[in-house]
Every structure is written in C-alpha cells, then in structure tokens.
Design a protein around this ligand. Structure first.
Ligand code: SF4
Ligand code: SF4
Length: 439
C-alpha cells in the first residue's frame, strides 16, 4: 500500500512504525474472510482491510478520529484472526493499538461511553475493587433487562449479565511465595497471578501449581505483581498499560537476577499476548527496553511449557469427550494452536474442535461489555458449534472465553490445565464436580 506521510510525521516513531506496517498491506482482502465482524456484518469497513484504510487516512492526515472511524475500530475485537490469514505479514495488532491510542487522545466520546470505560479501567485490573464490583453486580443482576432497553446503558446490562456469581477471596499466596517442586527440581518458573482470573476462578492456578510442582517445577508467585496491562491497552490508555508493564518487568527482572527463572508462565492467554509484546511496547523507553525484551523472551503460555515436562501418558483412553475452544489470543496472538490439544490427548481425553475454530467467541477483554450485541452474536455462534459436538466438557485456555462461552451454555467449561491436573492425579475440577465420569 502506498503511503504519504511527511518526513516530519515519520520522525514520530509511532507513525514510522505504522507506516512500515501499512506499506506491507497489498490490499488482497484474504483477511476479510476470517474476520468475525466482517463475517457477521458484511461491511468492508468492519473488515481488517477496511479498518486499515480508515487508520491510514486518520494517521496520514494527522487529524482527530471521526465518529465513523471510531465506530468501526471499536467494533474490532483485536482477535488477530486477520494476522493468521495475512500472507504479507501485516502486523495488524500494532497498527490497531496505535489507532486506539490516537482515538483515545483525539476523540471525545459521549459521556456514558466515557464513564463506562473509566469504570472498567479503574475496576477490572484491581482484584479487590473487582471483588467489590462483582458483589454489587449480584445485587444489580435483576435490573439487567431494564438497563438493556436504554442504548447508553447496554454495557452496564452486559456487565451484570456476565457477572458469574460471588467472587473468590484472596488466595493464600496472594502476597507472594514459592510452591516447591516435588522431588528433584527440574525448573523454576514464575506463574502470573493476573487480576480478574483469581477473582473469577482461582481453581485454574491451583491446578497449574499442582501440575507443575508434581512434575518437579518450583512455582514462584512474585510479590507485587499486578495486571498485565491488557485491559487498558485495548482501550488505548497507553501510559496506564505501560505502567502496569513496567511494574511487572521490574519484579520479574529482580527475580530473574536473584533466584533465577526458567520461564514466566501464563494461564490466561489474553495476558500472555501483551507480556510477550512488552519488548515492543516498551521499546522507546531507554530504562525498560532491554529489560522488557528479556521478560518477553522467557514468557510462555503454560501449554507451551508443559510439553517439556513429559506428562504421564495415558495407557487407555478416558471416557470423556472434550470440545477444545482455541482462544484467539492463544491461536492467533501467540500462534499456539495444537499443544493444548496434544496435551489433552496425551493424558487420554478424546479431543474435538468446533467448526470455524478460528472465529472469536466475542469475549475479547472488555469487548463483551462495550460491544455486547456483536459479542452476543459471536457467543451464540460459538456455543452452537461447540454444542454440535455433543461434548462432556468444553476446555479453553483463557478465563475471558470461559466466562463468555459459559454464559451461553449448560455444558461445563474448564481450563485446559484443570483437566490435565485431574488426569494426572489432581482433584476433579469444580465445574465437573458431581457430574463427571471418572478421569
Ligand atoms: S490479508 Fe494482509 S495484505 Fe491482504 S488486505 Fe489483509 S492485511 Fe492487507
Ligand atoms: S483483529 Fe479480528 S475483528 Fe479486528 S480486524 Fe482483525 S480479524 Fe477483524
């Protein structure tokens, strides 16, 4: 694609990076076929190629974002399916991130939208605030239908509907600590605590810790870790996202340089994608560029790390059919597609995949609250393809997808590591208690 940025514009490293990305796009449109919003809405402006044109025009003319541009860019899930399809290697993720920052800086959103975004940014990344909000949401749940009738309050209605129940309290290792390896130590890893996951489902990391320590891995919970920054990053709140990243980078580097870490493991793939990108996000900060790149280099989704541990192989198949939902942040953002399914098969589960596995379930961070109608359609579509497989259980590697899909089906949904832990000696996952066949 031809671009026409001036030399003065290109002196800005963000514009320069956007220019390089734009120039790689050959407008072939292959990406449109795999874009969930284009598949649903059929509007070129809701496709990756259409959005790329909008972003180019906005940045090239160095002007505030318009309402129309904001509408179509807000509708993008940042699912990155387009990046898996693109034959030219267009880094749409970095381009749309730049566009979101530009929108945040130049566009004045209507007051209700501003307010909802402010609440999400000030609550979700902080576990104690999120716990309180979930308790409030339980009280407000009966009013969700009422709020849904007022267009400006639809995000509030979506928040109330998604609230899964009473939040979980702080875990015993909330203030940090080490879960020692059983037997001879083979590795030492940090396991990201994150922000929303421990409030919604602490059982995921409990399963991960049991699984890892049984296989001879020391698991460190690093004191002071916070949100990875993804939630605010996707809202274009750049400085807040970078500050979350800096905090975590400092803590992990300290751990790497003292006791040592073989890897930083993540059980929420929506967090793994930005942490693997910290090196890029902080490349312009001389105090953090090198440290952030070192952190990104040893960050792994847990399903990438577990194959190095040779989990015990099942001698006979287990009588349990698992429908595996591949989170976008894992399959497109991190290009980790088959390892979770290989691991589940290794320990004896029958694993099946739904039709159109590349399509997003509509969760996408805060998307299911901010764009609840599109998110609802994507969820229903995903649930229908999963239910068509008649599985005993659905497995996924991202709490956002689990919450989103779980809000639309009666089939139990668990994290992949909960099944792996169960099959190798751990307890029955909470979602399967009382209804599971023996693992
Ligand atoms: S597939 Fe890649 S090169 Fe083709 S239009 Fe989409 S982004 Fe551009
Ligand atoms: S990130 Fe997803 S929703 Fe956004 S343009 Fe790409 S494929 Fe479409």
């Amino acid at each position: 694609m031809q671009t026409h940025f001036s030399l003065a514009q290109l002196a800005d490293p963000h514009v320069e990076a956007a220019n390089s990305i734009l120039r790689k796009c050959v407008h072939c449109g292959f990406c449109t076929a795999t874009c969930p919003t284009y598949v649903l809405l059929g509007d070129e402006l809701d496709s990756p190629r259409g959005r790329i044109y909008l972003i180019k025009d906005m940045l090239e003319n160095d002007r505030p974002a318009t309402q129309e541009e904001v509408k179509h860019i807000d509708r993008c899930l940042s699912c990155l399916s387009c990046m898996s399809t693109c034959p030219s290697g267009v880094n749409y993720m970095h381009l749309v991130d730049t566009a979101r920052v530009h929108i945040e800086k130049t566009y004045s959103r209507p007051a209700p939208d501003r307010m909802i975004r402010e609440v999400l940014a000030r609550v979700l990344p902080y576990p104690d605030r999120f716990r309180l909000a979930l308790m409030g949401a339980l009280a407000g749940k009966p009013f969700a239908g009422l709020f849904a009738r007022v267009p400006a309050l639809k995000p509030l209605a979506a928040m109330l509907r998604l609230a899964p129940g009473l939040p979980h309290g702080r875990a015993a290792d909330d203030k940090g600590g080490v879960h020692p390896a059983h037997g001879t130590r083979r590795a030492r890893v940090a396991l990201l605590k994150g922000c929303a996951q421990p409030v919604l489902n602490p059982g995921i990391d409990e399963a991960a810790i049991r699984l890892l320590t049984r296989q001879g891995v020391d698991v460190v919970r690093v004191k002071g870790e916070g949100c990875c920054g993804a939630l605010v990053h996707h809202m274009g709140r750049e400085e807040e996202a970078l500050n979350f990243a800096r905090n975590n980078v400092d803590l992990w580097i300290k751990e790497m340089e003292t006791e040592g870490l073989d890897a930083i493991l993540v059980t929420t793939s929506g967090c793994g994608t930005p942490i693997k990108d910290y090196g890029y996000m902080l490349r312009l900060d001389p105090a953090y560029a090198e440290k952030a790149a070192r952190v990104s280099a040893i960050t792994r989704d847990i399903s990438e790390f577990l194959p190095t541990l040779d989990l015990p192989k099942a001698e006979t198949p287990r009588d349990m059919r698992v429908a595996y939902h591949s989170a976008c942040s894992l399959q497109h953002g991190q290009k980790v597609k088959t390892p979770p399914m290989d691991l589940l098969r290794r320990v004896g589960f029958e694993v099946v995949e739904p039709f159109d596995p590349h399509l997003c379930c509509g969760s996408a961070g805060t998307y299911n609250m901010l764009q609840s109608e599109i998110a609802g359609q994507l969820r229903d579509r995903k649930v229908a393809t999963l239910e068509a497989l008649a599985p005993d259980v659905i497995a996924a590697g991202n709490i956002g997808c689990m919450t989103q899909i779980g809000s639309g089906t009666g089939i139990p949904i668990v994290h992949t590591v909960e099944l792996l832990d169960w099959a190798t000696g751990g307890p029955t996952p909470a979602a399967l208690a009382g209804r599971a066949k023996a693992a």
